[in-house]
Structure formats: structure tokens, C-alpha cells
Design a protein around this ligand. Structure first.
Ligand code: DC
Length: 225
């Protein structure tokens, strides 16, 4: 039925937004509804972060991270994330790994190493890709670009619920501070910072449910040709 709203295949929807804006949930749901591939680009940075942490690599040393990156095997299968064939879906979701992911994502060399890996997800019927530079750097020619935003307070609340439901301990005040610090780090960095693409549609999800947000994006598909 959704073929009717997708004018032509393959089709690419790129979604960027700050931490906790809901882009992961929304992009995944959208990909399922439209039968498109799904790319959680943040998970790639998180896998590299977890591996670097485990190996005690100096996070300021881009060259060490890059040579390490060439030796590891990262994979996504059935919604799970694997590092060297071991499932680490829960381990990559901690605040610490998120913080380290944001730090190593500042290195342009690291970003360049995974550029093609991300682009390769665009195959078959198409892709819904989410992250910080999907609309600006990785897929600048996406058919539909969305900047998904939400207030820091709302994002902290959502992150809190998400972590607790996964059995990860959290404190809402600390989360709000962490979110602000992460925004600064992701928006103020030199390479591929999080920013609103010139041709992106801005959606604020503060007062929207998950389904309403997905529907708002699908509504925009009919304007794309
Ligand atoms: O979306 P996330 O919170 O899982 O991403 C973790 C970090 O990875 C984020 O703070 C910055 C980095 N990242 C990035 O620099 N570019 C992307 N496209 C996705 C994530």
C-alpha cells in the first residue's frame, strides 16, 4: 500500500537530529512500513567506540582508532549489532559508549573510513538512514530530508524511559546535562557537524506521538517526485 506514496524506487529518506530526538524509533518504524532498508549510523560509531574502549585506545589519537577500525568486524543482523561476531546490542547503548562515540566521531579520518560502508546500505528498494550527517554529507541527494528535533527536556525524559526499560540505570537530571553537552559536541565540531540541511523539512516531535511523527513524514512523501 505504501508503494502508492513512494513515487519511484529506489527511494532514500535521510533523517538527522540531536540525541534523544526519537529519530532511531521513527526511522526504524518508517523503514518497516515502507519496506526499505534501515541505517542507524550512530550504531556504527558506537561499535567503534565500544571496541576502542575495550582495547584501551587513546581516543584523541585518530590514527590509532583508524588502524584499529581496519582490524575489527562490525555487522548488523536482524536488528542486532555484532562486534567481531559477538552480539553487543545492549553494551553499545550505554551513556559512556554514546559519549565516546561522539568523541571519536570528531575525527574526519574515522568518518571517512565509514562513509562508503554507510552508503552501501542504499540498495534494493531503498533506505531510511538516520544520524547527524545523513542529510548533509552521507546522502546529500536524498529524496526526502528530515530534521527531527525535540526540546532538551523532552529528550531527557525519553532517554530516561528508554534506558530504564532496557534495565540500564539512569538519572534524569544527569541525562539532561549529558544531552546538552552532547548537542554542543555534535553541533560545534569541525567536520560534518549536526546542522539543518538547506532542503530539509524540520519536524518538532515534542507534542507528537511516534505514530503521528511517522505519519507526518509519510505525508511529505507525496510532495516528492
Ligand atoms: O545517534 P547516537 O546517539 O547513537 O550517536 C552516537 C554518537 O555518534 C553521536 O553523539 C555522534 C556520533 N554520530 C555522528 O557523528 N554521525 C552520525 N551520522 C551518527 C552518530
Amino acid at each position: 500500500m505504501f508503494d502508492k506514496v513512494i513515487p519511484r524506487l529506489p527511494f532514500l529518506i535521510a533523517i538527522d537530529g540531536p540525541a534523544g530526538s526519537g529519530k532511531g524509533t521513527i526511522a526504524k518504524l518508517l523503514s518497516e512500513k515502507l519496506d526499505l532498508n534501515y541505517l542507524d549510523s550512530g550504531a556504527i560509531y558506537r561499535l567503534i567506540a565500544l571496541s576502542s574502549l575495550q582495547e584501551g585506545i587513546n581516543l584523541n589519537d585518530a590514527e590509532s582508532i583508524i588502524s584499529h577500525l581496519k582490524e575489527i568486524d562490525i555487522e548488523f543482523s536482524g536488528g542486532a549489532a555484532f562486534l567481531n561476531n559477538i552480539e553487543v546490542s545492549t553494551q553499545i547503548r550505554t551513556q559512556e559508549v554514546g559519549r565516546i562515540a561522539s568523541k571519536i566521531a570528531q575525527h574526519i579520518g574515522v568518518r571517512n573510513q565509514i562513509l562508503q560502508v554507510q552508503r552501501d546500505f542504499f540498495c534494493g528498494r531503498g533506505l531510511v538512514a538516520e544520524g547527524r550527517d545523513m542529510t548533509t554529507v552521507v546522502f546529500p541527494n536524498a529524496d526526502l530530508k528530515i530534521y527531527l528535533d525535540a526540546s532538551p527536556t523532552e529528550r531527557a525524559k525519553r532517554r530516561y524511559k528508554q534506558l530504564i526499560s532496557k534495565g540500564i540505570d539512569a538519572n534524569i537530571t544527569d541525562l539532561a546535562e549529558e544531552i546538552k553537552a552532547r548537542d554542543r559536541q555534535d553541533m560545534d565540531r569541525m567536520y560534518s557537524p549536526l546542522k539543518i540541511a538547506r532542503d530539509a523539512i524540520i519536524l518538532n516531535s515534542d507534542d507528537l506521538s511516534i505514530d503521528q511523527t511517522v505519519d507526518a513524514i509519510i505525508l511529505n512523501l507525496k510532495d516528492v517526485h
